[in-house]
Design a protein around this ligand. Structure first.
Ligand SMILES: NC(=O)c1ccc[n+]([C@@H]2O[C@H](COP(=O)([O-])OP(=O)(O)OC[C@H]3O[C@@H](n4cnc5c(N)ncnc54)[C@H](OP(=O)(O)O)[C@@H]3O)[C@@H](O)[C@H]2O)c1
Length: 447
């Protein structure tokens, strides 16, 4: 079946950095589809290709059509309809994939524009799908409203809600590691795990994306979606199989077992100047503690810290296991066993265990058993967006959160969205509130 992707926001940051490279990779891997890329800032295909840096990519350029497009503009709509009609031609059995990568304030008008355009197309066996970027809404209420609008034009099966973290290899790996290793399965519960830390630190600030980020903040940008999806992958029960329905069923159970988060701190880095005086500064950093009240995980604190303008980019999960024993010579406590899952800069998993210090009389030392993804498999895994787009082309919904997951996630972060208390932190330092969050419990962040 012929497939045409209609890329709203084709001139934006996401399209330039992630989507166009992923389309290029998929075309080179043998997929055959066309892309109609939309934007306002370029008037023709040549200047678009040159500015966006794809003019030399012959394969991509042979499948790409740039169309100047402005939302809710009748001339733009007619232009796009004509371009689509031209591409459809006399062919029978065509799938149109509408992909919205716009600022959230434009989502609604985009859906109505799509309805008008699609209804005016003529063709035999025209099918449609829609892909929508995160954040899905601003809170639970707006997410529901947005979904209702989507459902007035598309069926749920045709809607792909993106959280590109689900396209990351480490997320899929977490499920295989947890459910297909009986040793790990046996210790992955409250009897063995002491606590979990999730650390996602970025070195960059909001840069040119201030206008966009100002409306969003760290909770909507990463916590409601990426971080809570990581939590589900760490704590969900084993699905009957890895079908989208079964995975989602288990994730929803986890999300419904997490009470709305009340133990949290929000902060903003000092050099961020707000372009307009809002009632509260946009939070760029958040640290919080949550619990998953299921039989296996109740009582295990999960500490999370994530945000911008940090000294070092760090993406990792630290699983600390309970320890009851003192060292072999009984002189001190043993360091805890731990699993350290590093996602950035490299994907590695380390198991920290205690071994005997050579030459010493029964002195122990923590050492690490290491799995290095690249060294083991000798391949770079495809970028998350490539995996996500491939699934969309194949109509496979396994890497997309369901609407129920999204609604439950909004509920969990709702106290954070209401909070107006935002501390300031010096650029490139960890906010003091993040330090105290974990120290209050007698623990420290893993370094
Ligand atoms: N950037 C990322 O790394 C990233 C990562 C994950 C998810 N996302 C999501 O992707 C979406 C887009 O983000 P982005 O960073 O690409 O935003 P962006 O750089 O601000 O791009 C916005 C796009 O919207 C277009 N646009 C704005 N107003 C328009 C109008 N009235 N009519 C038609 N087009 C209009 C812009 O076109 P012109 O400028 O040509 O007018 C541009 O192509 C957001 O939902 C974001 O949350 C982004």
């Amino acid at each position: 079946m012929k497939q045409i992707i209609i890329q709203f926001g084709g001139t934006g940051d996401l399209a330039r950095k992630k989507l166009l490279p992923a389309y290029s990779a998929l075309l080179k891997a043998g997929y055959d589809f066309h892309i109609i890329s939309l934007g306002r800032r370029f008037s023709d295909q040549d200047s678009y290709a040159e500015h966006i840096g794809i003019a030399e990519d012959e394969v991509l350029m042979n499948h790409l059509h740039y169309v100047p497009f402005s939302m809710e503009d009748s001339i733009s709509k007619r232009r796009l309809t004509a371009e689509l009609q031209d591409l459809i031609g006399e062919a029978c059995g065509i799938e149109l994939i509408y992909y919205i990568a716009l600022q959230p304030s434009l989502y609604e008008s985009a859906i109505y524009d799509i309805r008008d355009i699609h209804d005016n197309l003529e063709g035999c066996q025209l099918k449609k799908k829609i892909v929508v970027e995160k954040p899905f809404g601003f809170d639970q209420e707006s997410a529901k409203k947005y979904n209702d609008i989507l459902l007035s034009v598309f069926e749920d099966q045709q809607i792909y809600r993106i959280d590109h973290y689900l396209g990351k290899e480490f997320m899929q790996n977490l499920l295989v590691m947890r459910f297909y290793n009986d040793v790990i399965k046996g210790i992955w519960n409250k009897h063995y795990i002491d606590h979990i830390q999730i650390i996602f630190d970025e070195v960059y600030g909001v840069d040119q994306r201030l206008g966009f980020y100002e409306q969003i903040g760290v909770v909507r940008d990463t916590i409601q979606n990426h971080i809570l999806q990581i939590v589900t992958h760490l704590t969900m029960g084993e699905p009957v199989d890895f079908s989208p329905q079964e995975i989602s069923h288990e994730k929803v159970k986890v999300l419904r077992s997490i009470p709305p988060i009340t133990d949290f701190y929000l902060a903003q880095y000092a050099s961020l100047k707000q372009s307009k005086q809002s009632s509260a500064p946009t939070p760029t950093y958040c640290s919080f503690k949550l619990t998953v009240d299921t039989f296996d995980f109740s009582g295990i604190p999960i500490y999370v810290r994530t945000g911008k303008m940090q000294k070092e980019a760090k993406s990792m999960i630290y699983i600390a296991f309970k320890h009851f024993r003192s060292s072999p010579d009984r002189s001190r406590d043993l360091p805890e066993n731990a699993m350290i899952i590093t996602i950035h800069p490299e994907m590695t998993i380390d198991l920290q265990i205690n071994m005997k210090q050579p030459g010493s009389p029964w002195e122990s030392k923590p050492v690490r058993l290491n799995f290095d993804h690249f060294n083991t498999f000798k391949v770079n895994t495809p970028e998350a967006y490539q995996q996500i787009l491939e699934k969309i082309l194949l109509s496979d919904k396994s890497l997309f959160p369901s609407m129920q997951e999204i609604m439950e996630s909004w509920n969990i972060v709702s106290p954070m969205l209401r909070s107006t208390e935002v501390e300031q932190y010096d650029d490139k330092t960890l906010p003091s509130c993040a330090v105290s969050l974990i120290e209050e419990d007698g623990r420290v962040w893993f370094e």
